[in-house]
Design a protein around this ligand. Sequence first.
Ligand code: F0G
Length: 402
Amino acid sequence: MYRLVCVECGESFPPDEILYQCTRCGHLLAVEYDLETIDVDLAAWKRRPLSVWRYREILPVSIEPVSLQEGGTPLYHLSRIGEEIGVPHLYAKHEGMNPTGSFKDRGMTVGVSMALQLGRTSVACASTGNTSASLAAYAAKAGIPAVVLLPAGKVALGKVAQALMHGARVLSIRGNFDKALEMVHELCLSHGLYLLNSVNPFRLEGQKTIGFEALDQLGEVPDRMVLPVGNAGNISAVYKGFTELMTLGRMDRIPMMTGIQASGSSPVVRAIHEGLPEVIPDANPETVATAIRIGAPVNAEKALAAIRKTGGTAESVTDGEILSMQRDLARKEGIGVEPASAASVAGVKRLRDMGAIDRDEKIVCVVTGHLLKDPETVIRQCEPPLEIDADLPSLLSALQRS
Ligand code: F0G
């Protein structure tokens, strides 16, 4: 029904082999289905609830999935912000509304299910925060232990709280995410833990459903999909899903895939702007959007192809632009997201200001994580509550002052 295929040399491997890269050339693997022989009943999809598992015929899981009811997230029309920045057909797919507050849950319901399907009894990941929170929760649901490696001092409070509370073994390394990923990869290869970072091709299968849902909710193909880019897995996953829908005849064109990075951490943007065949890593990435503070994105080769093949683009935004859009989403649209998520919408504003986006484009921004993930960055931007005496005159005088 499916196999693992190297995105570079095309070598294929059986589906039950546990591999995170091609054994012949070292490049990334992808899951390839026999789409001609799979019976995908598009009408049946419509009858099922909006969720990752609506699309189960083109997911690799054959056991009862480990699920916390992920997916089915809202697609909001950003009417005020869209009007302000001159793109009235602007939408946000709020992935912060998943069970642990980020899109990672789509990957983990598939990834942790695959761990069980492949007979693995422990799981691990490196993370800038959300992957660890999600893995911890899904491992708890599956009843298996999880080990997570975080870059010390660079993970937002809510995410650490989740990983700890869900019972993962949480370790902070004195180094950045890229180093943590290298270490956990080695640990998994030498000690048999199942690696659930986005080098795991099965995890990305779950994440491709963001695009499927957006299409079903919008009722048409958007002109552009805009995603914040860190390790570059999510943009690659959504693109791959679209190519499958094209093969199935469910779409007639693929949206322009557009990736947004923080200016202090933007190797993919540089590669796109300079036409490089591959990214040149940032040794010391830095941004307030700690979720995407990644200098050596492991899925870059897939992401560059997705952007280039669809006529999309990549752009960077400053921390100031990210935080300003985080406030606008919260105050003008009622949508609470973490900084990395605001990057996608900030990127649309930047591209529109540059004249790189047409006014009549239909654009779906993926906003990836919930506001409560990073309360400290929120509090730093806001006036603290004014403490007053507990009587009405004090209340009235305080309200008159502000
Ligand atoms: N937005 C948020 C909120 C994220 O947590 C991440 C990645 C991204 C965007 C970027 O997605 O890596 O697929 O390009 N977070 C990972 C983590 C790295 O460990 O939680 P990507």
